[in-house]
Design a protein around this ligand. Structure first.
Ligand code: FES
Length: 96
């Protein structure tokens, strides 16, 4: 099954990826408005706001996201996201 990644910023075309793909392996500054740093869930650079079906965050991701964007249920770390369905995503206002 293919999953479609839409961006809140319409300047970027949606990206089609297979289910199970990790965003950090397929997205970069050339095809998305998302920024990545460590890509291992430590730096917080890739904080995003995301809508759609996603696996729940790991304990580590949950803790960092809660520190960076307290109380925001749509906040996630893009580098930790594995696709299971269509999503809409964009940089989080607290990112960077
Ligand atoms: S790129 Fe560093 S936490 Fe995602």
């Amino acid at each position: 099954m293919d999953c479609r990644v839409h961006f809140f910023d319409d300047a970027y075309a949606p990206v089609e990826l297979t289910a199970g793909a990790t965003l950090s392996e397929h997205l970069d500054v050339g095809n998305s408005p998302l920024l990545f740093g460590c890509r291992t869930g430590i730096c917080g650079t890739c904080l995003v706001r995301v809508e759609g079906e996603l696996p729940p965050p790991s304990e580590e991701e949950r803790e960092l996201v809660e520190m960076l964007a307290p109380g925001d249920p749509q906040a996630r770390l893009a580098c930790q996201l594995r696709l299971v369905g269509d999503v809409r995503v964009g940089p989080h206002p607290e990112a960077g």
